[in-house]
Design a protein around this ligand. Sequence first.
Ligand SMILES: [Zn+2]
Length: 477
Amino acid sequence: MLRRLIPFSRLKAWYEGSPTWLKAAYAAVPFSLRMGRVYRHTQRLIEKTDFASREELDHMQAESLGRLIEHAYRHVPHYRQVMRQRGLGPNDIRCPADLAKMPLVSKSRMQLHIEQFAATGGLRERVFWDNTGGSSGTPFRFLALNSTYPVEMAYILAQWKRVGYSPRERRLTLRGRVVGAGHGEARWQYNPIYNELRASSYHIDADAIARLMPELKRFRPTFVYGYPSAVALFLRILDENHVEFPCRVKGVLCGSEPLFDYQRELIRRVLGCRAYSWYGQSERVLLAGECERTTAYHSFPLYGIAELVDDAGDPITTPGMEGEIVATSLHNLAMPFIRYRTGDRGVFDTNDTCICGRNHQRIKKVVGRTQDYVYTRAGRAVPVTAIVFGQHFRAFARMFAMQLAQDTPGEVTVRIVRGPEFTDADEKEIRDTMENAVDREIHVRVEYPKELSRTDSGKTPFVIQAIAKESLPPRSQ
Ligand SMILES: [Zn+2]
């Protein structure tokens, strides 16, 4: 009931601000009951369709797409205009292959004309404005149905189940969260709702790990969940200091950044378990996770439609070819994303049935999302995902792009391509949030270039890091 009246984001904020005893009381309610009706419905739908035949999935996906296109044509000004210009009616787009008749849409285009993308009617539930840090450096605000949270949660848990995870497992979480306020204070916190010990991914060094260790021995997490860069940093320090993880871990859940092979290896070597990775976006347009048998990303067919396009914007259908991931969300009618350019790059897999038995469309590999560190004055590495993308700055809605550059430990230059409404208060928010996240061990300077620096191949890296790791003091590397 509450969920229908109040946006999930606000419920979450209330929960975060409540005392531990209240959180624990809430956590005593079974997870699926807590998550509500939409969550349970989505869970049943996933169970029913996970191993459906290609024909069944095609049929269901076409039905979902038909509903989306019909809705977009009737209620979303941008899509109505585009379809009329192209002489298209809702009946012209009935299956994923027909999507090629529609143009691709970029984040910056949506940001410039955001009101044109919002549905003006046809919605039977509450909506809220969400915002994204945008791992490709182009952040923005978008409108979402209230149900996108429980839907997302049901899908995330369905894929984690493939490696044995359930909400009853204990997990150590290393994601972008500031825990503890000052030097010497505990950098971890127990969160009963997800049965997790959250440790600050901004403060991973040998001292912090030594202080955390007694707590880990008490809590005995069976899963580790985090940004690959944060988990890798944590394990590298354990390894270098010959410290063993205090208990057996069943799996490591790695999201928000691509997982590199060297990180998989490190996880297998240090923890003796599998790293499980998935691909999604803050915009919740597409979700694709590894299966029990392979590391290919299986795209949930009723969550969104995945396409890969080449540099000319044409669909890629050749296995092994790399291109940009383009996504059409099937569950957010508040602001339909149709052929949305994610800015992420992936490699096309075959269309055959996977050896796990699923008929999902697969992306063999996701490449080219940001995964970098900045260094504090003392030379401590801080994952950029934690200091920037985990933060959800309000200012993200008013800028076009952002890039970090560093050539001196403790000094970071933030380059921002400003939107017309960007203010001094936005600059202050960015500076203060980033500096406070690392106890002011980093000084942030903001610059406003017209364009961001590119590499020789034309890519715009999120971080231009000129500090060689070898030049840092040994304990921080
Ligand atoms: Zn599979």
